[in-house]
Design a protein around this ligand. Structure first.
Ligand code: ZN
Length: 413
């Protein structure tokens, strides 16, 4: 669980006054609805109601970070918890393990949202985690994701050709799915046939054949790809490649002249080769089929209303010195204003490295080259790696050095 220091009561302007007053008759889910409206206005993706000694605290996940928003007394906390349990069809009596429910809701916003509610019994009381399930955001083009023009051109060329594998790499929560959906958006759906294999299909996309992988009915990843090939697709999009069986299934699609797109857990672009080796693909199979890797992380975007410039913090200086980079005199800093709820940041942007494999790279993989050799080849031909992309975005005032440092710390592990 992330640690939080600051409390931001301003994030909950409509809930706060309700908790001051005794509960009245009328809307039976008054506080829950106020909380949801506030959370949506703050662009939260998750709401946590956590029991703490004789009280409850509300925390919101905004731009990937958990923010402590408010503390409620036990009575107020239990009232809100029970309202959510009624709304989501959960048993009011706390279960011994955990329980999951959900409901759809239309508040002060135009769009209906679906919420998944998980109740877990903790030592201090019952905890609720509420997640907004909205359709994955997709952008008009790859430039909007934060991918540079040259790399974007490479991706377009890959997509215009057919056959081979494109993998989006990164840890959980790095924005891989958004990137995949954005690529999907770019395919001309009228003159190409796209099939997806998903587990589960959460959002329906018009014009695309989506197949749900379901282990219980016998349609697993492997049998699924077999059925998919009979549908004669041009592009096959899968979720995460995570087992030797799914890696093999992807290979079957890619080697049959179709284009395969999927995601993979990996530290960086060249790390994909190691991951595929771990998933029992041979060097020959990887070399013959891997066409492009997009590796990414997400950093928070500086609020453009209040970002400012100043001297770098000592932590930033130490880090830059440690990795042998020059120390700038002035850097962009996060400040905070009403526009960004005092967070200093608003929204996120991707930091990328796009690796288009060359014949030389394929030859290196065939010779069982390790990550260090593959990375050196990328650097020698002047490719932009994630750290450089992040530093360029910090210099341009899109994000801060601190955000890139957090990402760099992950990269150096
Ligand atoms: Zn601001």
């Amino acid at each position: 669980m992330s640690s939080t220091t600051d409390r931001h009561p301003r994030l909950l302007p409509s809930l706060a006054p309700l908790l001051e007053k005794p509960p009245g008759a009328g809307d039976e889910a008054l506080e829950a609805h106020a909380l949801l409206n506030d959370a949506i206005a703050a662009r939260a993706t998750d709401v946590h109601l956590d029991p703490v000694q004789a009280a409850y605290r509300i925390r919101l996940r905004i731009d990937g970070r958990v923010i402590d928003a408010m503390r409620m007394d036990a009575a107020g906390g239990l009232r809100v918890v029970n309202q959510f349990k009624v709304l989501s069809g959960l048993n009011p009596v706390p279960s011994r393990m955990s329980a999951e429910g959900g409901f759809s809701w239309q508040g002060d916003v135009d769009e209906e949202v679906f919420l998944r509610v998980t109740a877990v019994n903790c030592v201090a009381g019952e905890k609720l985690a509420i997640r907004f399930l909205t359709s994955p955001h997709s952008f008009r083009d790859t430039l909007d994701l934060g991918i540079g023009e040259q790399a974007a051109q490479g991706i377009r060329r890959w997509m215009d050709a057919t056959g081979g594998m494109l993998l989006v790499a990164g840890p959980t929560g790095a924005g891989k799915t958004t990137t995949l959906y954005t690529l999907l958006n770019q395919l001309r759906l009228s003159d190409s046939h796209v099939v997806t294999l998903e587990d589960p299909v959460e959002y329906e996309i018009p014009g695309i054949n989506q197949i749900q992988v379901d282990g219980h009915s016998g349609l697993d990843f492997v049998t699924g790809t077999r059925s998919v090939l009979r549908l004669d697709p041009d592009y096959v999009l899968v979720g995460e490649v995570r087992s030797p069986a799914s890696a093999q299934a992807c290979l079957n699609v890619a080697s049959s002249g179709r284009s395969l797109m999927g995601t993979l857990h990996s530290r960086d672009a060249v790390g994909v080769v190691s991951s595929l080796r771990h998933l029992e693909l041979t060097d020959a199979e990887i070399s013959a089929n891997l066409g492009m890797v997009i590796a990414q992380r997400l950093v928070r975007r500086l609020c453009e209303q209040c970002r400012s410039q100043g001297a770098p913090a000592s932590e930033d200086i130490e880090w830059l010195e440690a990795i042998g980079l020059p120390i700038p005199e002035r850097v962009w800093l996060a400040k905070g204003c009403p526009h960004c709820n005092d967070l200093g940041y608003q929204g996120r942007i991707g930091v990328f490295e796009v690796w288009q494999l060359t014949p030389d790279d394929h030859a290196r993989i065939l010779r069982h080259a390790d990550e260090a050799i593959l990375r050196r080849a990328l650097l020698e031909r002047g490719e932009v790696l994630m750290l450089s992309d992040g530093l360029a975005k910090a210099e341009a005032g899109i994000t801060t050095l601190r955000e890139v440092l957090r990402m760099g710390a992950i990269l150096s592990h």
